[in-house]
Design a binder for this molecule. Structure first.
Ligand code: SF4
Length: 108
C-alpha cells in the first residue's frame, strides 16, 4: 500500500508525462505537415520539369521544324543554332544542323 505522498508523486508523474505527450504531438504533427508541403512542392517541380525546355521553347511542330534545309537556309546558318549541343535557343529538343524551321534568322 502506498502512502499518500507516494500516490501524489505517481499522480504528478503521470500528469507530467501525459502533458508532455499532449504538447509534443501537435508539434510533431506540424513538422510532418511542413515536410509534406516541401515534398509536394518538390514533386510538382519535378513533374513540371519533365521537359526542362518545354516552358521556354516552342515545340518542333509549332515552329514547323523539318530535318532538311528550306530554300538554302538551315539551322547551321541560323543565329539560334547551338552547334556544341545540337540544340536551338528557341525550339525544344535535339535538332539537325541541316534542319530548318519558320523561326530561322540568318546568323550574324
Ligand atoms: S532554323 Fe529554327 S530550329 Fe534551326 S536553329 Fe534556327 S530557330 Fe532553331
Amino acid at each position: 500500500m502506498n502512502t499518500p505522498q507516494e500516490d501524489r508523486r505517481k499522480f504528478l508523474r503521470l500528469g507530467l508525462t501525459a502533458g508532455c505527450g499532449l504538447l509534443v504531438a501537435p508539434i510533431m504533427s506540424a513538422c510532418e505537415g511542413a515536410n509534406d508541403d516541401k515534398a509536394r512542392a518538390a514533386q510538382q517541380s519535378q513533374s513540371s520539369s519533365g521537359n526542362p525546355e518545354a516552358p521556354t521553347k516552342l515545340s518542333k511542330a509549332d515552329a514547323k521544324y523539318q530535318d532538311r534545309p528550306q530554300n538554302g537556309n538551315q539551322c547551321s546558318g541560323c543565329q539560334h543554332f547551338q552547334a556544341d549541343t545540337k540544340r536551338c535557343a528557341v525550339v525544344a529538343g535535339e535538332i539537325s544542323q541541316n534542319g530548318w524551321c519558320s523561326l530561322w534568322v540568318a546568323s550574324a
